[in-house]
Design a binder for this molecule. Sequence first.
Ligand code: FES
Length: 187
Amino acid sequence: MANEAEQHGIIEISGYPYLGLPHDPEPPDSESRRRFLKWISLAVGGLGATAVGVPVVAFILRPLFTKKERTWRQVGAVDTFKVGTTTKVTYADAAPVAWTGISGRTAAWLRRDSTDTFTAYSINCSHLGCPVRWLPDAELFMCPCHGGVYYKDGTVAAGPPPQQLTKYPTRVSGDQVEILTSPIPVT
Ligand code: FES
């Protein structure tokens, strides 16, 4: 005698669950198997996400926990700077990485105060980091982004900068002026 599925023209295929009729109760082991597969999927997905996510997050956060390099950089021969002048100098960033390319270079403003003393100012505005310009006639540093103004000694004259320009230590080594670099200050 034909069973109910056969009476409705449904053929059961070996290895696949019998779909049954709308009013059929589910086989008792179907729910537990579904739950088991769901947990397997979650576990495999979680492992995959961890395997991919941990290295990415570590790469992004590493700079926050890496000790910042400070390095003396040569910025030019002493004789190339006239006493009383302020000159833009460029040099390799404090902690360049292999892929930085041209962005691995940074700059500072270097004033020759006397025959043997120099002062170096960060080129980055203390507000949001825009590069400041030196106006020799006015003897002021101007920030083009939001109108920040600094006196020639780096102290704030006007605008939104919350503090003076960062100063870098300088020294003369042989015939070269050197700046002790540090990562771009962020305020
Ligand atoms: S970044 Fe210089 S004033 Fe805002």
